[in-house]
Write a protein that binds this ligand. Structure first.
Ligand code: ZN
Length: 364
């Protein structure tokens, strides 16, 4: 009898707890509609919901952006987006809090922020106005994040004292110089011999609001005859066995470095994903196709079917077009000679920079 009573108490207690909890959650916004209007000298963001919107917003530089944190939001939809001053919208969600990031094309210091909160015929409305001090010239330089594969305790592929991590860093630095000459904004995930978690490489690219992420590798494979340059775009299913093996190997990178591989898919549980993923995937594919097309014309030695798809962890940013370049195979004799030749690296990276330029001109 005593046990039953105890059980009853527990049931009543949890019922009350769930009830209180549900009241609390329902007070605030769950679905938010975002409208944006851009006029000559201002951006107006209008967030509307049937429920009260709890939010906090602030402006940050590098990259210039307006950050809006909204509590208790499950979904949002956007309308009327004209991208005159807004470069793109990113969103991420943790627990009940959603962070909306509006990347701006103009340094944030040129904006003055004003906020109004109103209740218009039953709808809760939050208005955020960003007013420009003066007419500004939009400088929309594209941001490229270059990722030298491996590093630190993870050497990548090795052959007679030559380590993949050193080859990728050398190439990344050449590519940076070439892209700077072509007026791009360039960041390297690493510029020294150190290890960075795969998820942090992706995070870095997202935080920099990158327009393109290029990961550089020079892996090895069991078949010593396999050779040539290739490029990968993301696919959950690998296009073939070699692609799968390479992705598996590189995804294990975090384990080699003595770290657990984070669950990237969980991390990328963003609410904007559906909206931006398709676009991102298509952009990655068109860059990869352009890359192969161009290198073919320049008589580079390419891997058979040089554009492949695999589930590399570093390609999983939902809103940054990402590709992975395998410069060649360290396990093949002729590729090994090329990869260790600074002239070849320079030639390949110069061409890669040209392709980046062609790519951005084509989507302007
Ligand atoms: Zn690699």
């Amino acid at each position: 009898m005593h046990t039953y009573l105890k059980l009853l108490y527990i049931i009543v207690f949890f019922t009350i707890l769930i009830f209180i909890n549900s009241i609390f959650i329902n007070v605030y916004a769950e679905n938010i509609n975002i409208y944006s209007f851009e006029k000559d000298n201002s951006i107006r963001l209008l967030l509307s919901s049937e429920k009260k919107i709890l939010s906090n917003s602030f402006i940050l530089e590098d990259p210039p952006r307006l950050v809006v944190d909204v509590e208790n939001i499950n979904k949002f939809s956007k309308n009327n987006f004209e991208y005159k001053y807004i470069k793109k919208i990113r969103a991420s969600k943790s627990n009940n809090k959603a962070r909306l990031v509006f990347d701006l094309k103009i340094p944030a210091k040129n904006f003055k922020k004003k906020i109004f909160s109103e209740n218009i015929s039953g709808a809760h409305v939050l208005l955020i106005d960003l007013n420009l001090f003066a007419t500004q010239k939009i400088i929309n330089k594209n941001v490229i994040v270059i990722d030298a594969g491996h590093g630190g305790p993870d050497p990548g592929a090795i052959r007679s004292n030559i380590k993949e991590k050193d080859l990728t860093l050398m190439a990344a630095k050449i590519l940076r110089e070439e892209l700077l000459k072509r007026n791009f904004i360039v960041y390297l995930t690493r510029s020294s011999d150190r290890y960075i978690k795969l998820r942090n490489r992706v995070k870095y690219a997202r935080n920099k609001s990158a327009d393109l992420f290029i990961s550089i590798h020079a892996d090895s494979t069991k078949n010593k005859n396999t050779k040539g340059t290739s490029i990968y775009s993301l696919s959950e299913k690998a296009s073939d066995k070699l692609s799968q093996a390479l992705a598996d190997r590189d995804n294990k990178s975090d384990l080699i470095a003595g770290l657990d591989l984070d669950d990237l898919d969980k991390e990328v549980s963003d609410i904007l994903i559906d909206l931006s993923r398709r676009e991102t995937k298509n952009s990655s594919i068109s860059f990869a196709e352009l890359f192969i097309d161009h290198l073919e014309k320049q008589n580079f030695n390419l891997l058979r079917r040089p554009h492949r798809q695999a589930g590399f962890a570093v390609l999983k940013a939902p809103d940054v077009p990402s590709v992975l370049i395998e410069m060649g195979f360290i396990s093949n004799n002729s590729d090994f000679k090329k990869l260790t030749d600074p002239n070849f690296q320079e030639k390949l990276m110069k061409n890669t920079a040209n392709i980046v330029e062609i790519y951005f001109n084509s989507i302007k």
